[in-house]
Ligand binder design. Structure first.
Ligand code: SF4
Length: 454
């Protein structure tokens, strides 16, 4: 019996944490398989060049503290990255043992060590002395949280302004709970608060407080908002009732789980036929969530199976759960008068040189709801409120010196709102780099103030 059949609401918060994979002995045994390669392909394929062989080597010797120090050296959230990083296209995909048989389970080992640290309060930080200056961070997603931690460790007084009721940004509202239990996110937030970081919830910058006010009150401001506005399908009738944005849908589902929204108000109802347009991880997440709401779900994609942007494992899991796929089908129009009745698609074919061409053959795929999952972008009203230079699509432009500063002095930006939606680990890396840029800027600013005083 599948997990969904056992518990259709398996994505709700009450579900106990169930992804603790290893006992201590099993973790050590797995770590002992590692060859501790001299040129470690696993590390070379990690976007933050995590010291993977080193932490695994320490773990194999039973040196848990040393393993933890290696893991936390470059990553603030190994308990999260060990669960949601696209490992099969990164470290695990590159592990030499994978070519001969079975790669090292790097993600499982990473989260084993991180869970050990968090469960037992190993490596607990001392609270920030808050003596080096003040920083406002707009948004508590992975970029904002990573920067907040680093800045607090550098003894800055950090305040995060979060528009929602919960912290975590995309970690909380974008990744369904069946993939990442929110308890793991809250543990990271707790760790950040222990460092002395303050979070002001339900405070939207641009609505409840202006960016100018933050710039006046703080030494530096870091814009780390996500990209919550989905691209429209861009076909006839895409405004019809029943066309849903994937990111908004996932956000609303999380609100239901938090008790802030009623289940009956979700746009997907039991028995609905739902088409999801797109083939990235958000499309798969939206499809699997709709399935858990007891809808019949099909993913429609204009290209083929091998062109899908989602992880192969996500695709396999979605198929196993019962989601159907229709490839080589480009959306041409939403069918219906007041409400969605279907999606008109045009079949595509691939030429020998790999070019995709329309066939002129059309079909109407019946649907009660259509979820658009073809990408996200920043909310334009927020970007306009910030007043920093941005691209036509709304992505804020930033510079390298000091790292992350926008066209407005003292206002920094990074993460999805600059680099387009990427992975959590990249958002974290950019948050850390921007924290270093902010530190450089505030030190220079204070030095100039001293010079001018004298
Ligand atoms: Fe160990 Fe595989 Fe990395 Fe080599 S590539 S160090 S075997 S995890």
């Amino acid at each position: 019996m599948s997990q969904i059949e056992k518990n259709p609401l398996a994505f709700f918060h009450e579900e106990p944490i169930s992804d603790r994979d290893y006992t201590m002995a099993e973790a050590v045994a797995e770590a002992k398989r590692c060859l501790n390669c001299r040129v470690p392909q696993c590390r070379n394929s990690c976007p933050i060049e995590n010291e993977i062989p080193q932490f695994i080597h320490e773990l194999a010797q039973g040196n848990f503290g040393a393993a933890a120090e290696y893991i936390y050296h470059r990553s603030d959230f190994p308990a999260l990255c060990g669960r949601i990083c696209p490992r099969e296209t990164q470290c695990e995909g590159a592990c030499v043992l994978g070519k001969k048989g079975k790669h090292i389970e790097i993600g499982k080992l990473e989260r084993f060590v991180a869970d050990l640290v968090l469960d037992n309060h190993i490596l607990d930080d001392v609270p920030s002395k808050k003596c080096n200056g003040t920083v406002a961070i707009v948004g508590s997603g992975p970029a904002g949280m990573a920067a907040a931690q680093d800045l607090a460790r550098m003894d800055y007084d950090v305040t995060i302004f979060e528009s929602s009721t919960q912290p975590g940004g995309t970690l909380t509202y974008g990744i369904p709970t069946f993939r990442l239990h929110k308890e793991y996110v809250l543990r990271e937030v707790e760790r950040m608060e222990q460092l002395g970081v303050t979070i002001r919830y339900e405070t939207k910058v641009g609505r409840d407080i202006s960016l100018d006010k933050l710039a006046e009150d703080f030494d530096a401001v870091f814009i780390a908002v996500g990209t919550m506005e989905g691209w429209k399908l861009g076909v006839e009738n895409d405004h019809l009732s029943g066309v849903i944005d994937a990111a908004q849908f996932l956000y609303q589902v999380e609100q239901v789980q938090l008790g802030e929204e009623q289940l009956s108000r979700l746009p997907v109802k039991p028995g609905d036929t739902v088409l999801v347009v797109g083939a990235g991880n958000v499309a798969i997440d939206a499809a699997r969530t709709a399935l858990r709401l007891k809808a019949k779900v099909k993913i429609v994609y204009r290209r083929g199976e091998k062109n899908m942007k989602c992880l192969p494992s996500e695709y396999m899991e979605a198929k196993e759960e019962g989601i159907q796929f229709q490839f080589y089908s480009a959306p041409r129009a939403v069918v219906g008068t007041d409400h969605v009745e279907g999606l008109r698609i045009e079949k595509q074919k691939i030429l020998d040189d790999g070019t995709m061409v329309p066939t002129g053959e059309f079909e109407i795929v019946p649907a009660d709801k259509i979820i658009a999952a073809i990408g996200n972008r920043p909310e334009m009203d927020i970007i306009q409120a910030f007043g920093a230079e941005a691209t036509e699509d709304g992505y804020i432009e930033s510079r390298n010196i000091p790292y992350g500063m926008t066209s407005r002095r003292g206002i920094f930006a990074a993460g999805d709102v600059v680099h387009k939606p990427k992975t959590v680990v990249l958002a974290m890396r950019e948050g850390k780099r921007t924290a270093a840029g902010i530190d450089e800027y505030i030190r220079a600013k204070h030095m100039m103030e001293e010079v001018n005083k004298g």
